[in-house]
Design a protein around this ligand. Sequence first.
Ligand code: ZN
Length: 133
Amino acid sequence: MIRIEHIGIAVSNLEDAIQTWETLLNTTCYKREVVEAQKVDTAFFQVGESKIELLGAIAPDSVIATYIEKKGQGMHHVAYEVEDIRAEMIRLKEAGFQLLQDEPTSGADNKLVAFLHPKSSNGVLVELCQTKK
Ligand code: ZN
């Protein structure tokens, strides 16, 4: 794996959270993007080599709405950039990790993404991401 690409944070009010994180990181949000498939609105911040991705629900049945209902706001996932997402998915599956999907899907910020079940990785939801070429 290449690096931590971003850390995803689940927030209940995206507009408020953007202001908070702009002040905290002393930088401006460089991208907003709705991912319809997951019913989330996202906001990205660059922090050195990595990013922070704020995730807000756009529907009551969004994965983020469900997450916040269960666990409250906070760190949602850690995303690792990989060279070849399909090869990594096969490698991890063979190593005994439980993947949440068989095929990568289209994520925010021009990425192919896939998630590992948190029970495979000590309670951390892991995202693999590969920049679309
Ligand atoms: Zn992410």
